[in-house]
Structure formats: C-alpha cells, structure tokens
Design a protein around this ligand. Structure first.
Ligand code: TMP
Length: 205
C-alpha cells in the first residue's frame, strides 16, 4: 500500500490556489492515488458549522483561534487521520499555516498560544508538503475584486493582508523543508508548471 500523504494549499485570499486543487486532484487520480479533497475551516459536518461562525459571527481573537483549532481537531480525527491511515492522498485547502498567517499575522494574536494549540490539537501531525501561493497583497486584492457579501476576512484592508503575507513568509522560513513557494502572480499555466516541477522532484510519484 502507498503511504498516505498530506498536502496543504496556502495563500492569501485571491491567490488562485483553489483552481489548482481540482487540477491536482485529477492529476493524482490519473496516477492511481485515492484522493481526498477537503478544506479548512471545514471538511466535516461539525467543522463546517464552525466555519460559518468563524467567517460571519463577530468574535474576539482568542475565540476565533479556539474555533479554528476546534474545527481542525474534528477534521483531523474524523477525516484526515483515517484517510492517511488508509494510504490516501489528502489535499487540503488551508491548514494551520493559515492560523499563524491570519490569526497571528493578520489579527496580531499570540504566536506562542497558537503554537501551543498546534501541539495540542495535532499531536505532531504536519503536512508532508505545503504549496504556498505567494503574490503581492495588492495584486490579490485586485483579483478578488468587489465581493458582494464579503466575509470577516475578505472585508479586511490591504494592511491586514500584508500582515497575513508576512505571517506566511515567517512560517515558510521556519519550515523550508515542507514549503514550496509558488510565484502566484503568474498566469495560471505558469503556476501549474511550477506545481508540476515540485511534484516531479518528490519521490512519491
Ligand atoms: P476560504 O475557504 O475562502 O479560503 O476562506 C476561509 C477563510 O478563513 C480565509 O479568509 C482564511 C480564514 N482562515 C483563518 O483565518 N484561519 C484558519 O486557520 C483557516 C484555516 C482559515
């Protein structure tokens, strides 16, 4: 049996990661992988309910951090860990790096507390690979355009997303063996070619 693998997709809103998730799922299925496509916050019935609250209900920064990690705990226990144990390839739209980038960078919430939640909730589980769709916050804002009913994150200003980007950069420099930085301001086929290069360099395929 092939070992399970856990790949996360990260980047600020408007970085274009979601369209590549589907392409990656199709690419991996063609190569015989059992693929589980999921997202955070979310991925289970309970975590999807928590997602609604995190995206739309006013709350303080600690509550927000606790809810994203509560959703993550349920997601890990119910879906991610069983899928990895079966040998599946788990492709996840955002994971804990988003908490460090959005709650830590964007909101300015304690990185130390986030680190403790990470240890507590994940018990050592980390992605095998994180594809980081990096692009200037101003370019991402143009791509997002005017969202009709923005959620609590989409409604933030450019300075917030610049702090989120800096949060991602900090996480990437702390775990360079896990992160692949993609030049996400490029055209879609160029970004896809970068992803293919990353996948080719891994021995898993
Ligand atoms: P998305 O599914 O459209 O990417 O929206 C999810 C939003 O939630 C996005 O703006 C980032 C935010 N988020 C956090 O603030 N913390 C987290 O831990 C995660 C996973 C997402």
């Amino acid at each position: 049996m092939k070992p399970g693998r856990f790949i996360t997709f990260e980047g600020i809103d408007g970085a274009g990661k979601s369209s590549h998730l589907d392409a990656m799922a199709a690419w991996a299925r063609e190569r015989g992988h059992d693929v589980v496509l999921t997202r955070e916050p979310g991925g289970t019935a309970l975590a999807e309910r928590l997602r609604e609250l995190v995206l739309h209900a006013p709350m303080d920064a600690l509550t927000e951090a606790l809810l994203v990690f509560a959703a993550r705990r349920d997601h890990l226990v119910q879906l991610i860990e069983p899928a990895l144990a079966r040998g599946s390839l788990v492709l996840c739209d955002r994971f804990t790096d988003a908490s460090f980038a959005y709650q830590g960078g964007g909101r300015g919430f304690s990185l130390e507390v986030l680190g403790r939640l990470e240890d507590w909730v994940q018990q050592g589980r980390q992605p095998d690979l994180t594809l980081w769709f990096d692009l200037p916050a101003a370019t991402a804002a143009q791509r997002r355009g005017a969202v009709r009913a923005p959620d609590r994150f989409e409604a933030q200003d450019l300075a917030f997303f610049e702090r989120v980007s800096a949060g991602y950069a900090q996480r990437a420099s702390a775990a360079p063996e896990r992160f692949a930085r993609l030049h996400a301001q490029g055209e879609r086929p160029a970004v896809w070619a970068e992803i293919q290069d990353v996948m080719r360099t891994l021995a898993w395929w």
